[in-house]
Structure formats: C-alpha cells, structure tokens
Write a protein that binds this ligand. Structure first.
Ligand code: HOZ
Length: 427
C-alpha cells in the first residue's frame, strides 16, 4: 500500500503547521514514520489520501461511537447547517442536548457547554476553587485532563507519548497547587487528604483512565476518593470526556456507582464536532456566570451544529447498542489475548466496555508506572504491522482503541487474524 500522497501532504504541512499536525499524538512520533492524511470515513472504515482503506480503532479518539458519517448524525448536521451554523446566542438544540444529558447522567443537574474537553476541565477546576475557596487540586499520574496549566504534570496522552514529565511554559506557580498521586492508590489518597484535606478544592480523575492506554479503577479506589473528598469538603470531579456515554448511558459514574460533584464531558456528546461540557450539582453550578461569580464564556459554546450532532448521536444510544459494543469489544479482547497466548509476545489487554488498551507487558497494568514499563517499541511494531494490513490503531501506546457500533463481527475477526500475522512477524 502506497502512502505517497500522505507523505507529500505531511511535507507541505510541516512547512506551515507546527510539527505538520494540529495535535501532537497524531504526528506518529512514538511509532515512527509519518502520519496518514484522511479523506473519507464511513462506518468503521476510513480512507487515506492514497485511497487505502483501514478499519478504524481511533474513531476520532472515541468521539464517533457510531462510526463515521452515521446517516442520522449527518442528517441532523445538514438540517441545522442549512438554517445557519452559529449565532453566538441561545438555540433550541442546546436545551435539547442539555435535557438529554441531565436525564442520562444523574449527578448532572445543570450543565454548561464549552468547545473542548480542555475547556471543560479547566472550567470545572475554576468552579471547584470558587465554590470551596481553596486552591489545591489532586490529580493522578497518567490521567490526562487536557492541556490547561495545572494539569500538565506527569500527564498521559501526548505528554506520555513524547515522554514529557512537564510542559515548558508552565510556571512553577501555576502547578504549585497541583498534587499528583499514583492512580489506583487508595492509601496515597487517604494520606494526602489527611495531610492537607482542608486546602484541597478538588480531586479530578478519569474514572477509567484512557490516556495511558486503558487502566480500569481498582476495586475501592473511586470509593476511597469519594470518601476523602466528602470528609474534607473537597469536590470530586469525574473527567468523563472519554467515558461519558462510552461505557454506558450514565457514564463511568453509573457503572461504578459513585456520584461525583462535577462531571466533565466531551467527544461523544458532540458526535464528532468540537464540544465539551461541565455539569453537576445545582448549588455548585449556580456559581458559574451569569448566575454566579465564577467567570467562563465562549463565542462558539453550545454551537448549534455540534449540538445537533450530539443530539443525533445520543438518540441512537440504547441498551442494544451497548450490548452490541460489549460483544464486539469482548471478542476483540479475547481474540488478541488468545493470539498472543499462541504466538508469544507477552500481552495485557485491559478493557472496559468498548475501550480497549493493549500493552506489551508480562504483568498486569494498573497504573502509569506499569504502563510506562510496557514495551512501547513492540507496540510501535504492532501498530505498523496492523497498518500495513489495513487496521488503523492509535499511533501511541498511551491511548485507547475504540470500538464503534459500526464495527461488525467480521471487522473484529479480520483484526484478530491480522494481529496474529503481525505478532508472528514480530516474534
Ligand atoms: N489527546 C487526544 C488523545 N487522547 C487527541 C490526540 C490527537 O488528536 O492527536
């Protein structure tokens, strides 16, 4: 399969765009080679500039739970766009999407729409600080909450991919109030809150970590965090930008039965368009401007086209969809584990619903340290083996494979077969 047109575009892009890309992970730095430029997507498949077709397990980093160009989503977007795409004023679509979300996620009584997950998390933290009148934030190694300054220490996603412990340009003052603890370590949570609980505005966590590969919460970890926050008067923020509507209608909080004070959302609620949101208890949300003194605003916030895509996406989700996602994703997990068992490379597959994490490791991966100790070079070889066979995986070991409702059993079987070929070549 040739990739000459993608390579030529990348050369052009590199002259005028930083790193030739609009976001670092997609630059292929950790897997080597140069990125693909895509022209088309339909269902579970994408096509690159050279006309190669791939089964897609990135799915716009999880945003496309129904796959590409889902007809109802396209119709909703077309209909909305024909009548105007942005007003910088309220529209009916925002209300509908807000109602759909508040009905599905029980901890969200009121919501504010923004344009990205980064905006959602940075606004949620400002809100928590405004509410508690405290400064400190507890976060976890390997979790990624977007690129706002207080979150850029020991973070996952691109920071892990590029092996950056911190970001230049973030002053020590900006992270002075950030406390980073090991993920899944309830003991560390308890002792941190014991030490300075009355200074902690919030703890923020991806309830299922999806930016260091996939790392599910250990039994009791989220409960310990909830308890510590409640006992100290700190707020618990669940960053459900990835898990929201992905692991179930009610998100990870419904799956694990933990009620956060604030939830951040993104990806799926925008159906492939730029969106983010934060929401939670009424008494907390009422502090956000214009109801309260915590300022936050945006011209394209609640953009009607993104809202229309989100509405169409959420309306297609039901028990059947999640049942199907569970079956195909389980087949993928079991297929990969059995292939690795036969062929040899030590492989750990962590999965929660349709989030699948692949680690070339001989021991369980339960935190960032384990994820970093997995063989990322082996992942890079696997990535290329799969790409050559027509499977597009995340171009970094520190990301999640997403299965969409458009992936069929045949897609999964083909992926598993190809994994066998790729692993055999590697061994
Ligand atoms: N940070 C996102 C992945 N977890 C997006 C990466 C990209 O688009 O390059």
């Amino acid at each position: 399969m040739g990739r000459v047109k993608s390579a030529a575009l990348y050369r052009r892009a590199s002259k005028v765009m930083v790193g030739g890309v609009s976001s670092p992970v997609r630059a292929f730095k950790s897997v080597g080679g140069t990125p693909l430029f895509f022209t088309k997507g339909k269902g579970a498949h994408v096509w690159d500039e050279d006309g190669n077709r791939y089964t897609d397990y990135v799915c716009s980093w999880g945003a496309l739970i129904h796959g590409h160009a889902q007809p109802s989503v396209v119709r909703g977007v077309e209909r909305r766009t024909r009548k105007g795409s942005s007003f910088g004023a309220p529209s009916r679509e925002e209300v509908t999407l807000a109602e759909l979300i508040c009905r599905s996620v029980s901890s969200i009584e009121k919501i504010r729409f923004v344009n990205s997950g980064t905006e959602a998390t940075m606004s949620a933290l400002r809100l928590a600080r405004g509410f508690t009148k405290r400064a400190k934030v507890v976060k976890f190694e390997g979790c990624y909450h977007g690129h706002a300054d207080p979150f850029l220490t020991k973070a996952g996603s691109g920071m892990a991919t590029l092996d950056l412990p911190a970001s230049a340009g973030v002053t020590s003052g900006e992270i002075a109030d950030s406390v980073t603890l090991p993920f899944n370590d309830a003991g560390a949570v308890e002792s941190e809150f014991k030490k300075e609980g009355d200074e902690i505005a919030a703890a923020i966590v991806e309830p299922v970590a999806g930016n260091m590969g996939v790392v599910p919460p250990a039994k009791g970890f989220l409960d310990a965090l909830r308890r510590a926050c409640s006992d100290s008067g700190s707020l618990l923020i669940f960053d459900e930008v990835i898990t929201g509507f992905r692991v179930g209608m009610g998100g990870a909080q419904a799956l694990y039965g933990i009620k956060p004070d604030i939830t951040t959302l993104g990806k799926i609620i925008g159906g492939g368009f730029p969106v983010g949101a934060y929401g939670g208890r009424k008494d907390i949300m009422s502090l956000v401007s214009p109801e309260g003194p915590v300022y936050q605003a945006g011209t394209l916030s609640g953009n009607p086209v993104a809202m229309a895509a989100g509405i169409a996406t959420l309306r297609l989700l039901n028990v059947k969809t999640y049942g199907r996602l569970e079956r195909t994703s389980r087949d993928l997990e079991e297929g990969l584990v059995s292939v690795a068992g036969r062929i040899g490379p030590p492989l750990v597959v962590n999965r929660v619903g349709s989030m699948v994490g692949v680690f070339f490791s001989s021991r369980p991966v339960t935190n960032f340290k384990d994820a970093k100790e997995a063989d990322t070079k082996a992942y890079g070889r696997f990535f290329w083996g799969m790409l050559k066979g027509g499977i597009y995986l995340p171009p970094s070991a520190f990301e999640t494979l997403f299965v969409s409702s458009a992936h069929t059993s045949a897609d999964i079987a083909m992926t598993v077969n190809l994994a066998a070929v790729s692993m055999r070549r590697q061994s």
